[in-house]
Write a protein that binds this ligand. Sequence first.
Ligand code: ADP
Ligand code: MG
Length: 361
Amino acid sequence: MASVDIKNIKKSYGAVQVIGDLSLSVDDGSFCALLGPSGCGKSTLLRMIAGLEEVSGGSIHIGERDITFEEPAKRKVAMVFQNYALYPHLTVRQNVAFSLSLAGLPKAEQNSRADAVAKMLQLEPLMDRRPAQLSGGQRQRVAIGRALVRDPQVFLFDEPLSNLDALLRVQMRLELAKLHNDLKTTMIYVTHDQVEAMTLADKIVVLDRGEISQVGRPWDLYNTPDNRFVAGFIGSPSMNFLPAQAQSSAAGLSVSIGTATLSLPPRAVQSFIGTQAVELGIRPEDVQLTAPGAGQIDGKSTVVEYLGNTTYAYIDTAHGMITVETSSAAGLTAGTAVGLTLAADKAHVFDASGKAWTKAA
Ligand code: ADP
Ligand code: MG
């Protein structure tokens, strides 16, 4: 087990800069998720840690060791890829034990270590099959087993669940969480799926075009996003954003949307006096349906998605489409006129540059 320290890492392909100047510390034994949209540089960063990609600048330490220019096999990391990358002509046992056989370990030790991993991942009945005879979930488990058997100091996962169907993804997510609880090995996990990051990680690093947008615990990112990018990326359905006017005076900060005015809680940062165009951010669960005229905004429902335990209603308003999450939408159908009440104490305010004014209390 070991911490990972990334200092001022840069990566360019020719003239194209993919990673700007990125620094990040991952604590020993923690689970860190690198989260961001496709193309933001997540795999590039992970591959530089693994040694599969050279850095253009900066340094990487694992524990006390500077591994920036160390060859991949000596870094004591193990990587799991999205496409499994199993050897098709080898059995599960041979796939799992491959790195051990390469390292020249005695056959008996190869087998006992492969057996221990197989037990942990419920691969025992599959040890003599070849990858073609396995389901997607089983293949991914073999890929994880192949990483596990090397007993690395750091596990690197690159979107390991993306090729699985929804149900299996949830199941494997639980298994990964259990695995981390049992092993307590440092894990760095790349994903574009905010639910995976939220459920698995101690710490989430949100990447936006090769730069860190925000680092924090899942609930910090959800409750106090630093900026509009993180606010919109974390949470499903996404936060609503409404064009608004902020008024700041000695009396405090308020935000108007059309004719409605919301007083913002003291936790909102008040950094100017006067009026400014802003965006008001409000999560679907912080908007309540009321009778028309009884809330701050009126609208008409367009689509109502009933999910059993919760309902998403998409309300067309003069300020744009607003998503509402509610448990009491019985009888609500498309075309119904409704009022909306926004919970001012849950609102977020973003200035023209996308920076959040609302900070943790
Ligand atoms: P992610 O994993 O977040 O989807 P990547 O790290 O794979 O993103 O890629 C980040 C950016 O770097 C992308 O714009 C991609 O096109 C570019 N890129 C990745 N590999 C190469 C390469 N070998 N040559 C040139 N550009 C690359
Ligand atoms: Mg990728």
